[in-house]
Design a protein around this ligand. Structure first.
Ligand SMILES: Nc1ncnc2c1ncn2[C@@H]1O[C@H](COP(=O)(O)OP(=O)(O)O)[C@@H](O)[C@H]1O
Ligand SMILES: [Mg+2]
Length: 302
């Protein structure tokens, strides 16, 4: 029997992921034998614009640390997006072994570089988490899954969707129903990824929104008018007695004092006081971050 081909050239090899918007497959171009990833978007669920919109977005966002797109096409049932295929993702790496701070710095530097570029183009990703960060066999991080990515509205009074960012990586302003958020939401998620690289598990792992917010309050502290002016005006704000977090205890001897300082800057409750990617990259902390070759060796990427 003849194998089914997609766009007359791609043959499915393996399912590598599945999510709310569709599935992802490893495919092979039958004439060149090159491998790619093919993401399927169901036609009845393309509120995110589907493959063609993501293709044009990713064509604009060209950067070493952002996934490379090849093409998009539609058949009768679905839309498809073809991208370069990458070896693994950060979630697998975290599960596999304990990482040294030098390796973590190298990963964080690339992640911040990628999001800094996105933010400089006036976009926010809104779903930064370890499984949306791929790593190539030559040690280059590639940010992916732009399903929830949006341009920051030029008009500051234009509300954004509250239904964004995977639970464990959601910042407090989203829990409180702030619809006028900005780049800070990605910074919080990056802070959560940093913590997960060190701890080996998600730092704010709750079963529901309330439990996750509870973890944030326990570890980082309670948002109040004092540390976050204006927070009590947000529509879902729950007043909470002043309380300091136990962040230092959580990390104890697991990280350097400079590293802990960066966590505090990324996981700052008030989004307007959260550090930017650019300022984070300029910190002395990253001066001895490991390079791509070291990542290849340490993470056995070849
Ligand atoms: N280009 C790619 N190369 C290798 N693996 C990929 C690629 N794109 C996606 N994946 C894998 O498939 C998973 C799901 O893809 P993603 O784009 O995040 O879709 P979803 O919307 O389902 O989360 C990723 O977490 C990753 O493990
Ligand atoms: Mg994803």
């Amino acid at each position: 029997m003849k194998k089914k081909l997609y766009n007359n050239k791609y043959e499915k090899k393996l399912k590598i992921g599945g999510g709310s918007f569709g599935s992802v497959y490893l495919v092979e171009d039958i004439s060149t034998h090159n491998q790619y990833a093919m993401k399927k978007f169901y036609l009845d669920n393309i509120s995110n614009g589907g493959a063609s919109k993501q293709f044009s977005l990713l064509t604009k966002l060209k950067h070493k640390n952002i996934i490379e797109v090849i093409e998009s096409f539609t058949n009768n049932e679905n839309q498809y997006l073809i991208t370069s295929y990458y070896k693994t993702n950060l979630l697998n790496i975290i599960k596999e072994k304990k990482l040294s701070e030098r390796i973590i710095k190298g990963i964080m530097k690339q992640l911040l570089t990628s999001v800094n570029y996105l933010h400089s183009q006036n976009y926010i990703h809104r779903d930064i988490k370890p499984d949306n960060i791929l790593i190539s066999s030559n040690g280059i991080l590639k940010l992916t899954d732009f399903d929830l990515c949006t341009e920051i509205p030029k008009n500051k009074n234009e509300p954004l969707s509250r239904n964004v960012i995977t639970l464990y990586y959601k910042p407090p302003e989203i829990f409180y129903g702030d619809l006028y958020y900005g780049k800070g939401v990605d910074i919080w998620s990056i802070g959560c990824v940093f913590c997960e690289l060190i701890l080996g598990y998600p730092i704010f792992k709750g079963k529901c929104e309330l439990e996750t917010l509870g973890k944030i309050i326990e570890i980082v502290g309670a948002p109040t008018e004092k540390n976050w002016p204006g927070v009590s005006q947000l529509q879902n704000y729950l007043p909470y007695p002043e309380k300091n977090g136990i962040l230092e205890q959580v990390f104890n001897d697991k990280i350097s004092s400079q590293g802990l300082d960066l966590i505090l800057k990324l996981l700052c409750l008030d989004p307007s006081q959260r550090i930017s990617c650019e300022d984070a990259l300029n910190l002395e902390y990253f001066s001895d971050a490991c390079d791509e070759n070291e990542l290849v060796q340490e993470l056995n990427l070849e």
